[in-house]
Design a protein around this ligand. Structure first.
Ligand SMILES: [Mg+2]
Ligand SMILES: [Zn+2]
Length: 262
């Protein structure tokens, strides 16, 4: 949030990290469908995919840092190395991100839900605005996320390097990294009074933080076979909302449509 002022001082900024909460022409009850990005919209983890642009040994050294330093520091270091040591600039990074495959059926989910007037879509992700914008533009679907994109802001510097900044700095939530508590984003959205109901779609443990803020009338959609699904037996009782599990977008859309248009 504070980071935007630092971001704007850079030569080229992609200020899409927190679009949303704009006035809508639609009145009346609305449903927000909030969707994670990595392994939920795109099949791969975007940070690991971009790190594959590094030579193998260097990439492995960087990946070993993740448990200690976290994902934001990891990708910052990867982007820095790519630019300074390997002369890889933003255009190559963008091409790598644009090549990421969607989770099967997920483009159908997004396009179908976005056509429902009572539904608004948003993304809540610990990736960054540069990666997410590039990928959404590759499929020409950036305009479908009218509810916003809540993620770490990223800029292309004059040198051609990509710089990622923290969305926030928080120390209250142990489920989430210091740079983004998804639960706090969800709380802000639910407390806005803008949405009667929230449906949250995700695969990992920082998505659990967001799901824990959901209410009885809300729905958590947990991807089967991924990190959070393995932990839900232990944490399921912490959720007030109803829970459904899904494998891919084809299954998700069949499960969600009756709940939305009922
Ligand atoms: Mg994810
Ligand atoms: Zn959190």
């Amino acid at each position: 949030m504070f980071a935007i002022s630092r971001c704007f001082r850079l030569s080229r900024c992609l200020p899409a990290f927190r679009r949303g909460l704009s006035e809508s022409s639609q009145s009346g009850p609305r449903t927000l469908v909030a969707i994670d990005f990595d392994r939920t919209i795109v099949e791969q983890d975007s940070y690991l995919a971009v790190s594959q642009l590094l030579p193998t040994r260097q990439r492995k050294e960087m990946q070993n840092l993740i448990p200690k330093c976290g994902w934001l520091n990891f990708i910052s270091r990867v982007l820095q190395l790519l630019h300074s040591e390997h002369k890889v600039n933003f255009a190559t990074v963008a091409m790598r991100v644009r090549s990421l495959r969607a989770v099967p059926g997920m483009l159908r989910v997004v396009r179908r839900l976005a056509r429902i007037p009572e539904v608004e879509l948003c993304i809540v992700s610990d990736a960054n605005s540069f990666f997410i914008d590039e990928w959404l533009q590759a499929y020409d679907i950036e305009c479908l996320f009218a509810g916003g994109v809540f993620t770490n802001p990223a800029c292309v510097q004059a040198s051609g390097a990509v710089l990622v900044l923290p969305y926030q700095e928080q120390g209250d939530c142990e489920l989430c990294p210091f740079n983004l508590c998804k639960g706090s984003v969800l709380e802000e959205l639910t407390c806005s009074g803008r949405y009667e109901r929230v449906i949250y779609v995700g695969d990992s443990c920082n998505d659990l933080c967001a799901m824990k803020r959901l209410r009885e009338k809300d729905v958590a959609c947990i991807r089967r076979g991924y990190e959070l699904h393995g932990k839900i037996a232990a944490h399921g009782q912490e959720l007030a909302c109803s829970v459904l599990t899904w494998r891919d977008g084809h299954e998700l859309v069949e499960l969600l449509m009756p709940k939305i248009v009922a």
